[in-house]
Design a protein around this ligand. Structure first.
Ligand SMILES: Nc1ncnc2c1ncn2[C@@H]1O[C@H](COP(=O)(O)OP(=O)(O)OP(=O)(O)O)[C@@H](O)[C@H]1O
Ligand SMILES: [Mg+2]
Length: 461
């Protein structure tokens, strides 16, 4: 963070200071007291299970200069009405103090983190870049990420998430982006939004937030995204796999045995070969979006192609492909699940399983509202049509996947409902043989990443 005195922090946040006004925060702003360190600021949040205020003294003992709190604490503090809101206000102050920082926001229903991680690995070639770890993309993670900026920072590549109208506009108010990438409009959280048009409305707030000298980077393959052209004052550039008129696109896409895409990157400046290290064809549009952003920021074609080919997965449990010693391949995509991302993962599974058998261990897709049952059934039907050898639905909410699969009468595969991850492991234990591929995927709440980990360990037993 940029150095700020407690007096400044109190003034910026409208908070009440208790302690030395001249004491200066020079270190990180943290919300976990165990991560508090010398010179830092500890933000005490009241959660459902624990209350940060109880750890105020521990944070200061660990070196934190003060605590941002919403009630009195026995250590130096700035007391505000709402700690989360105060973090946003502080973050905005930091951004306004650093006019040289160019801010890019990335949103969409699927692929934000993957694209953000790719884009950050491209943009950092241009100068010091801040990007959140994992999915630090909401009203709390976003300001905490922004607060990491300091005078050396030149770029910010931020992930913006929404579960409702107004969320992205709010995040854009904390760190106003000049560059905005919209990946896709899908059914993730559709239940909370109330339908796809509402999802589009919410994601398009990023396009609306861009200034006239900004750039909206839109997916030409997604009509709901392309339609955001009319909602922005910014210049529009497009990327796309299927649209010949897209500004940045891919030709000659092929997948290797592990589902990693190679393609020719086409830009207005010419073309260059790219081979991704990430798994799954869905990473091609993600890579094109990252390329289009880096191009706007000034990275040349050779740099873009080289950085895309060198980029690695930075965030866990997204299409991690592991090969067991016994020849079984496990795809751990257990980070999250929505209809589009499950389809993308199933397509990758089918590709990897060519010549062998594909099994999918699927938990339920959360927050789909009215379309939940139909969406689960459709996924099952898709899996059956893709001729998977086995489909294991974990938990009662995932069972409609199996009814969907049974709609495909000619499907010879096996459908099984199990209560939990342990039962899924049991079911697979004496079935798997060399050449088989197992995909593990579910919404975050299902915590199926443990199933993938256990499957990998099993081979060593
Ligand atoms: N462009 C894409 N289209 C469809 N599915 C995708 C795409 N990119 C990634 N996915 C799928 O979505 C999963 C999650 O990807 P990622 O974490 O990048 O998305 P996210 O938008 O950040 O999700 P969240 O909303 O949970 O933060 C991937 O593992 C993959 O299965
Ligand atoms: Mg994410």
């Amino acid at each position: 963070m940029i150095p700020l005195s407690l007096a400044q922090i109190a003034r910026i946040t409208g908070g009440q200071l208790s302690g030395d006004p001249a004491a200066v925060v020079t270190g990180e702003v943290v919300i976990d007291s165990r991560r508090a360190g010398p010179g830092g600021l500890f933000a005490a949040l009241e959660g459902e299970r624990s209350d940060g205020h109880e750890f105020a003294s521990a944070a200061v003992a660990a070196g934190a200069v003060a605590v941002l709190a919403s009630r009195p604490v026995p250590v130096p503090s700035v007391q505000v009405a709402d700690v989360q809101a105060a973090l946003g206000t502080l973050a905005r102050f930091v951004i306004d103090s650093l006019p040289a920082v160019r801010i890019a926001g990335i949103t969409g229903s699927s692929g934000k983190t993957s694209t953000k991680d790719l884009a950050a690995q491209l943009v950092q070639r241009l100068g010091p870049t801040i990007a959140p770890a994992g999915s630090y993309n909401n009203e709390l993670g976003h300001p905490l990420t922004v607060l990491r900026a300091d005078p050396a920072t030149r770029y910010m590549v931020l992930e913006l998430s929404a579960r409702g109208i107004g969320h992205i506009a709010h995040l854009c108010g904390i760190a106003p982006p000049r560059y905005g990438v919209v990946l896709n409009v899908g059914r993730a959280h559709a239940g909370e939004f109330g339908g796809l048009d509402q999802v589009a409305r919410a994601k398009g707030e990023l396009a609306e937030a861009l200034p006239a000298d900004g750039v909206a980077i839109l997916n030409a393959d997604d009509p709901r995204v392309l339609a955001m052209t009319t909602r922005t004052a910014a210049r529009v550039v497009t990327f796309g796999v299927a649209q010949a008129q897209a500004g940045v696109r891919a030709a000659d896409i092929r997948l290797d045995d592990l589902g990693r895409a190679g393609f020719t990157l086409l830009t207005p400046e010419g073309s260059a070969p790219v081979t991704l290290r990430l798994h799954g064809a869905h990473n091609v549009p993600n890579a094109l979006a990252a390329a289009a952003l880096a191009r706007e920021l000034g990275l040349d074609l050779a740099g873009i192609a080289d950085a895309l080919s060198a980029a690695v997965a930075r965030s866990r449990w997204r299409m991690e492909v592991h090969q067991r010693a016994d020849g079984v391949t496990v795809i751990n995509d257990a980070y999250n699940a929505n209809p589009e991302s499950v389809r993308a993962a199933l397509e990758a599974l089918v590709h990897l399983a060519r010549g062998g058998r594909g099994f999918a261990v699927l938990g339920h897709m959360a927050e789909l509202g009215d379309i939940s049952r139909a969406s689960h059934e459709d996924i099952g039907e898709f899996a059956a049509r893709a001729e998977l050898a086995g489909l294991i639905a974990v938990g009662p909410e995932a069972e409609p996947i199996l009814s969907g699969a049974r709609r495909v009468r000619s499907w010879p595969g096996e459908a099984l409902a199990v209560p939990d991850g342990a039962a899924a492991l049991d079911a697979l234990a004496n079935q798997l043989k060399p050449g088989d591929v197992v995909l593990v995927k579910a919404s975050r709440a299902a915590h199926l990443e443990g199933v993938a980990a256990d499957l990998l360990e099993e081979a060593d037993r």
